[in-house]
Write a protein of this length. Structure first.
Length: 430
């Protein structure tokens, strides 16, 4: 499996290869696999649903997200925190997603009140108004790049508005985030992968810090203001913590939705019967919510997360030593036949759907309710206003083994005017 190991640690492979074939082999033949890829550090690849869930449910107790960060280095040049700003930050314990223990619990409790189902439902008007504004720009043309102009544009605008970022900066943030998420992709490169990643991270953080300082003490209700007011054990967050958490909210706030919507539509175009069924039942909010969950299961936008073992432990029958890395492959877990009937089949009516696309446990995605709301509204809009949808060019995939998804998907369609009544509210579901 040497080639498989190298490919899983090579972001460029994800743009043109088939990682699902690797995950299927590992899940069947070696579900807790000692992986010797192109990184200097070796690690255990975890591919079964039950084992991935076991690790996540033991976060902070047996498995640490803070010791080595939450993701594999994109390449050997990212392994040393002295060489990579992103690696240094992910191991610094200054971001909610990469914190262990009591500081994580304190900060998560503070922000969880802003991401409850009821709080997010109150944003439906914002999501719908942004969606209609985006549609007004693309419907008359009858064609668009679905990923950049719709699936990426709407959640970017929504999370930027929630953060309190002015609209003139949205395109910059989107570009900088691509540089961070896929630094080896030639489309986003401005130099070496490390230079590209560092520029993306630095620019997003600088923007968040500057905007937060402008908002400090002015009583706003946006997330950047909340970051200036947050404390951990009585100590306010410093500039780096504000910037790095702002980056987290922005990236998490649009990456899942962009990838899930793009891959979901691509699969619907492969299966016109499912698209027709969705269109016929689009006024049922439960139908849209159920479909959105399958979009997330099937696409698993965050391919993996990393944990460092803090004490000797057995996972899936394999003894793992303290200090070892374990990498949880969400794509593999989300297609485990032990949990999902016909797991390779995309099924918008799949229920129940115990996917791990939003993780589980202490690091369950704070923005899950927002992602669900975004997708329900966006899917309803597509079904209401785009008929005869077809691909109008080649689908392009990003070179990233962290945020793997479609980066360009040109489509053509027949427009239905926005004046047509929209579907009823599709509230987010817990």
């Amino acid at each position: 499996m040497a080639d498989d190991d190298i490919n899983l640690t090579n972001p460029m492979f994800f743009a043109a290869g088939d990682p699902h074939a690797i995950w299927r082999r590992l899940r069947t033949e070696d579900p807790v696999h000692w992986t010797q890829g192109r990184l200097r550090r070796k690690f255990w690849s975890i591919t079964r649903h039950a084992d991935v869930k076991f690790v996540l449910m033991n976060d902070h107790r047996i498995f640490s997200v803070q010791r080595a960060g939450a993701n594999l280095p994109a390449g050997p040049e990212f392994e040393n925190p002295e060489d990579s700003l992103f690696t240094e930050l992910t191991q610094s314990g200054q971001q909610l997603a990469t914190m262990d223990g009591q500081p994580h619990s304190v900060l998560r409790r503070y922000f969880s009140t802003k991401f409850t189902s009821s709080s997010i439902n109150g944003l439906e008007g914002l999501v719908r108004s942004i969606t209609e504004e985006v549609l007004a720009g693309i419907l008359p043309r009858g064609t668009c790049d679905f990923t950049t102009e719709f699936a990426g544009r709407i959640p970017t605008a929504v999370i930027a508005a929630i953060l309190g970022v002015p609209c003139e900066l949205w395109d910059d943030l989107y570009r900088w985030n691509n540089m961070l998420a896929a630094p080896e992709d030639p489309e986003f490169s401005i130099g070496t992968p490390v230079e590209t990643s560092t520029a993306g991270v630095s620019n997003i953080m600088r923007t968040c810090i500057e905007l937060a300082e402008q908002k400090r003490g002015k009583g706003g209700d946006d997330l950047l203001t909340a970051l200036t007011e947050a404390e951990v054990n009585g100590v306010p967050l410093g500039p780096t913590e504000i910037g790095f958490n702002g980056l987290m909210f922005f990236a998490a706030g649009h990456e899942t939705t962009r990838a899930s919507m793009s891959i979901g539509l691509a699969e619907l175009l492969r299966d016109p019967a499912q698209l027709a069924w969705l269109r016929a039942n689009r006024h049922d909010p439960k139908v849209l919510r159920t479909a959105a969950e399958e979009f997330v299961r099937y696409s698993a936008p965050l391919t993996h997360t990393l944990r460092t073992v803090t004490e000797d432990v057995v996972v899936g029958g394999q003894e793992i030593k303290a200090g070892d890395w374990v990498v949880l492959w969400f794509h593999a877990a989300n297609r485990d036949p032990a949990v999902f009937a016909e797991p390779e089949r995309f099924d918008v009516r799949r229920s129940p759907n115990d996917h791990l696309g939003f993780a589980v446990g202490k690091h369950f995605c704070l923005g899950a309710h927002l992602a669900r709301l975004d997708m329900a509204v966006m899917l309803g809009a597509v079904l209401d206003h785009m008929d005869d949808i077809a691909l109008a060019g080649e689908v392009e995939w990003a070179s990233s083994n962290l945020f793997w998804g479609i980066k360009h998907m040109p489509i053509r369609f027949t427009s239905r005017a926005l004046a047509e009544p929209a579907a009823p509210a599709a509230a987010a579901s817990a």
